[in-house]
Design a protein around this ligand. Structure first.
Ligand code: SF4
Ligand code: SF4
Length: 465
């Protein structure tokens, strides 16, 4: 049995007051000044923790209230009302929605799986990953002693070409060279987001986090300075095909990435000439024609292909098409051509929740990149002020590398536990086996078609006169 991989988390406090979903509005007029005010009976001690005299009728908005509505319901004069915080509603966009941002903050602060406590509050269907459900039929037979118990569930994955078979000689030793792969303990690679109030310390913190997790962080070559050079083993430099001297690649880097270009073979040859053992991933935009590009790369000997979707988890050239469909399409094409096991498929673009990792793998990815969640882990509000040259409301660029690393470890620790929960509930004990296992998922489109396609159709011979 492989040694157990666990991510150790511990609470890491916020640096700023988080934006809360709602506030309590109470009005002085009509207050009975009860001896035992309903505010005193708040089970979460919200009013006491604020250090406010409970008899004071104040308007306040903060993140301590757990929205149990007890004080709202029990005030004898019905003077307390909850209201939606406009600042909360203004955060992010339709994909990086306020509830998703808050959930990422909480996981980065606590390192724990989010628990809503009042049933599932999310949508039952929607675009993209919301239109597929994982089959949790094995949840009736949970492990006896928790997700880190005796029944080990491995989340390790390999980057690179895995051999079709191994040959052992008479004395049970492997014949030939062992397969050349990069083994990472979870199917997640960190990736520097395309915007943010990002400083050298932020990048250093992300690299420290990647090393603590045992994974990699992908970042543009120009962001790698002398501070990061000695962390080459956990870096995945994103190299431009032209204008970057391959001599600048950190000496102990195991893998780099180049974007797709027509002459990718020459670029790869140049790199391999200097670094014969370096793994090269080629990035293809998720767009029309990507299946053919993936096939030509696989046939040309590229063993790691990265499908890059948009920030909103869509195709780069078509906002109506979703990341999950792009991953499925390329995966199926490689399976049909019988070359799927010769390629590692990486996927990126708008992965915002732990369940997206499991769903992307079910659709056919081997490993995913996580980019904006590692910025939101640092209290980012996705306000995009930094893209206009304005100041960051949570001064991310001033955070210390240690704080950054610990927040990211907490976030990925919480995601890792959720991945294990989902895999356990699906009866899957190895992340490698989850890849392309669409039998473990239900797709809205398929179910909709099965249930309603024949509706209104009349069999031949049964028409009404
Ligand atoms: S709604 Fe519940 S948690 Fe929030 S302040 Fe009132 S009693 Fe406390
Ligand atoms: S909070 Fe706003 S300004 Fe700061 S990094 Fe996030 S998007 Fe940029």
């Amino acid at each position: 049995m492989p040694s157990k991989y666990m991510i150790h988390t511990k609470p890491v406090p916020n640096r700023f007051q988080p934006v809360s979903k709602s506030g309590i509005i109470a009005w002085e007029e009509g207050c009975l000044k009860c001896a035992v005010c309903v505010k005193k009976r708040c089970v979460y001690n919200v009013y006491d923790r604020r250090g406010i005299d409970s008899h004071h009728m104040i308007e306040s908005i903060d993140n301590l209230c757990m929205n149990c509505y007890s004080c709202v319901q029990n005030c004898p004069k019905e003077l307390i009302h909850k209201s939606l915080n406009p600042e909360f509603n203004a955060m992010g966009d339709s994909h990086w929605s306020p509830p998703i941002i808050v959930r990422l903050w909480n996981q980065s602060q606590t390192g724990k799986i989010p628990v809503s406590g009042a049933g599932y509050p999310g949508p039952f269907s929607g675009p993209g990953f919301d239109s597929m459900w994982t089959d949790m039929s094995e949840i009736v037979r949970p492990t006896r002693d928790g997700i880190h118990g005796r029944e080990y569930i491995s989340t390790a994955v390999d980057l690179g070409k895995t051999p079709e078979h191994l040959i052992f000689n008479g004395s049970d030793t492997l014949e030939g060279e062992p397969p050349s792969i990069i083994d990472i303990p979870l199917p997640i690679i960190l990736k520097m987001p395309s915007f943010g109030a990002i400083s050298t310390n932020t990048i250093k913190g992300w690299a420290m986090g990647a090393r603590r997790l045992g994974t990699l962080i992908a970042l543009p070559m120009k962001k790698i300075d002398s501070v990061l050079e000695d962390r080459g083993d956990c870096l995945m430099p994103l190299v431009l095909p032209k204008g970057t001297s391959v001599g600048n690649i950190p000496k102990n880097a195991k893998i780099i990435e180049i974007p797709w270009t027509e002459g990718w073979q020459e670029v790869v040859e140049d790199i391999k000439g200097c670094f014969p053992n370096l793994f090269v991933s080629v990035r293809i935009p998720m767009a029309e024609g990507m299946e053919e590009k993936a096939l030509s790369l696989a046939r040309g000997g590229i063993s790691i292909i990265h499908l890059e979707g948009s920030l909103m988890s869509r195709f780069m050239d078509n906002n109506a098409r979703n990341l999950k469909d792009g991953i499925r399409s390329v995966h199926i094409k490689l399976v049909e051509e019988n070359i799927r096991d010769g390629v590692t498929l990486l996927a990126s673009g708008g992965l915002a929740m732990a369940e997206h990792v499991a769903k992307a793998i079910i659709c056919g990815a081997d490993t995913v990149f996580v980019d904006f969640p590692i910025l939101i882990a640092l209290e980012c509000r996705m306000c995009r002020r930094c893209t206009k040259g304005l100041s960051c409301p949570v001064q991310i660029d001033t955070a210390s590398p240690n704080w950054v690393a610990s927040r990211v470890v907490n976030l990925i620790g919480a995601w890792h536990n959720q991945l294990i929960e989902v895999m356990g509930a699906m009866g899957i004990r190895d992340a490698r086996r989850l890849r392309g296992e669409v039998g473990r998922a239900m797709f809205f489109d398929d179910m909709d078609r099965t249930a309603f396609e024949s509706m209104g159709q009349v069999e031949e011979g049964c028409e009404l006169e």
